[in-house]
Design a protein around this ligand. Sequence first.
Ligand code: GDP
Ligand code: MN
Length: 378
Amino acid sequence: MKLHEYQSKLLFAQRGIPISKGRVAATAQEAREIAAELGGRVVIKSQVLVGGRGKAGGIKVAKNLQDAEEYAAQILAMTIKGLPVRKVLVDEAAEIKTEIYLGVTNDRAAKCPVMMASSAGGVDIETVAAETPEKIIREHINPFLGLRDYQARNLAAGIGLPREHWRAFGQMAAGLYQTYWETDATLAEINPLVINGANQLVALDGKIVVDDNALFRHLDLAEMRDVDEEAPAETEARKYGLSYVKLDGEIGCMVNGAGLAMGTMDIISHFGGKPANFLDVGGGAGADKVAAALRIILSDKNVKAVLLNIFGGITRCDEVARGILKALEEVKTNVPMVVRLVGTNEEEGRQLLAEAKMTTATSLADAARKAVAAAKGS
Ligand code: GDP
Ligand code: MN
């Protein structure tokens, strides 16, 4: 789960990281009031859950109250990378002398956290990694020891930070690691961390991605989820406990079991199709859950065919079939469907589906071939 910049920076500030003064506004009038409190010169920042807002025009420095109101109105009317802007952060504008990158993430290969710093701040770290990888300095962190002071100094030295800033940098690095650790984040990032006009280090941007699997023990963080900023299908999927990831292909997949779902996606690709999603309805899915899954799949306009691949072990095939029929009553569709049902009560399941004029398949390969053909309109 991604947190907004303003949420991330508050979590940083609680752990001793200096941030700019500011507040969130939902209207241009509110933005003007906050700007007045802050003394006029402010930066108006769109709060959407994507990077590159600056380049997209979603961040503007305002010299006075009129500008603040006008820019807030403009930015609140924007849609950035498909996400409508509903809130802006109004922060005291900083004078920027230097932009630095500082982040912590999981290094899966090294099986431990890694802190990264770069003198090329303000730029996407992926871009830096691709174009000037030598500009990224890394320190792997032993999770039992935490970030050591010498590691923060190594990073500071590695990016050529003047000595006078090392102490402040060390405190920020410690605060960032603490945030990452305490929130069960998979990423905690400050980009840019700047040296401002007063020669102080400040976190100007913040990003935290919390591990969804840890949210059960962070109810305060779970409450920060911004449902407005999520794809509606993902909100719906979470409500029904479905694991759903939208992709950009044309064959919708409904499968029980994550491994089977991946196998299904592979075989679709093998036969020349592209999966429109990953969807695991899970074990023991009843008719309601299956119906919700089908609704979600069909809400994607790219879907030209649906492949239902169900192994009826805990989930009974007749129960799945009833779910499919129930969903088809609610969602009228001409999208062709191919079903492979195997396992407990498969005969009953097939009988039920025969009435719905669905294509059935005997093997997974057969099902994939038929779904690919159906998606191509043949
Ligand atoms: P992102 O584009 O979504 O990563 O948003 P950022 O918060 O990182 O802002 C992008 C860029 O806007 C920064 O790299 C800065 O160059 C600029 N910016 C952000 N806040 C301020 C500010 O307070 N003052 C000035 N002068 N520039 C800012
Ligand atoms: Mn940024």
